[in-house]
Design a protein around this ligand. Structure first.
Ligand code: UDP
Ligand code: MG
Length: 324
């Protein structure tokens, strides 16, 4: 169901920043320039702003943001008490912005995602879509390793029944209505890319070009990437648990068959040169058991974290000035 809209919506750009001192000032310039242009053409309202979420940076990022917000009320800053991770930083920003915005667009601080795609995002919103996903045209700027692992990951996610949009990485527009719905989800293991498509609002895709990171290094360490990937799988699919049962069943059936064969051999008085067979069976079965325990452990860990109901992020302070 879509409702065509024709007013200029109030936009809040949510920008998560973690140790981005090298680029943040430039980013602020590029983004505010874009917002001013959109305001001038009446595409968005004059109340639109940029909300930086400082995700517990330990460099100069916050001081730079503080100065920027002092100079221009278009810049707001939400400072988190510690490093809560990209997904939580985005959530913190969206939840802070939702009551003052008609639409929120989340974008990384490193200018890799093409800000010019905003026009198309807003066009789609005006056509009546509640969520618009930014999908990258190609992955040329990524190394071979990241590209291959990403492709394999999306294939795996789909095989496991998740609705993630391939090559979409949290550059998206989301309407206030959809944000209100998102606020009702209280799960601790947050994987927005999987969660948002399950809400079921009218959504569309906009393609954009990815650029090289202009300054600073990627803040996504291998460890953070693996955690995100694991969260994606275990917070959306219980299929691995089913697969374990199936694998266990197959191993048991094979074991029974081996027993029968062994017994028949024994009755026929054959010498069983069973050492190798035994070894193989033992290795395979203990391996399977350990793996299965590991997967079950992953889920138990998730349940453990969920039962604690810990907050996603802790807010240290918010700088949010009236725009005159
Ligand atoms: N980021 C964050 N918290 C973190 C890690 C990253 O807020 O713990 C932000 C980071 O500042 C950037 C965005 O998330 O704005 C994406 O990170 P990055 O560009 O390093 O990831 P990549 O593009 O390499 O996947
Ligand atoms: Mg980046």
């Amino acid at each position: 169901m879509k409702n065509v809209r024709n007013s200029s919506p109030t936009l809040v750009l949510v920008v998560p920043c973690y140790n981005e001192e090298e680029i943040i000032e430039k980013t602020a310039g590029v983004l505010s320039d874009k917002l001013h242009r959109l305001e001038c053409s009446d595409i968005i309202s004059e109340k639109s702003r940029i909300l930086f979420v400082d995700d517990g940076s330990c460099d100069e990022t916050f001081n730079i943001l503080y100065k920027l917000s002092d100079m221009d009320s278009i810049f707001s800053v939400l400072r988190l008490a510690g490093n809560s991770g990209h997904q939580n930083a985005i959530l913190a920003g969206m939840m802070t912005a939702k009551d003052s915005a008609d639409i929120v667009v989340t974008i990384d601080a490193d200018l890799q995602q093409d800000i010019e795609a905003l026009d198309k995002f807003i066009e789609k919103y005006n056509e009546g879509y509640e969520i618009v996903y930014g999908v990258r045209n190609d992955r040329k700027t990524d190394g071979w390793g990241k590209r291959t692992s990403a492709t394999l990951y999306y294939k795996l996610m789909h095989a496991l029944g998740s609705k993630v949009i391939p090559n979409h990485a949290d550059y998206r527009l989301i309407s206030a209505k959809a944000l209100e719905a998102l606020a009702q989800y209280s799960e601790v293991n947050l994987f927005l890319r999987g969660l948002i498509p399950t809400m079921g609002f009218a959504s569309d895709i906009v393609y954009f070009d990815v650029k090289e990171r202009e300054a600073g290094k990627s803040k996504y360490t291998i460890k953070k990437m693996l955690t995100l990937a694991m969260d994606g799988i275990t917070s959306f699919s219980t299929r691995p648990l089913h697969l374990i049962s199936v694998a266990g069943f197959i191993v048991v059936v094979l074991g029974v068959i081996m027993c029968i064969i062994g017994l028949v051999d024994w009755i026929n008085g054959k010498n069983v040169p069973g050492y190798t067979t035994l070894l193989v069976i033992m290795l395979v079965s203990t391996g399977t058991i350990l793996l299965s325990l590991g997967v079950i452990g992953e889920y138990i860990a998730k349940i453990y974290m969920e039962t604690k109901r810990r907050p996603h992020y802790i807010i240290d302070s918010l700088i949010w000035k009236e725009i005159k």
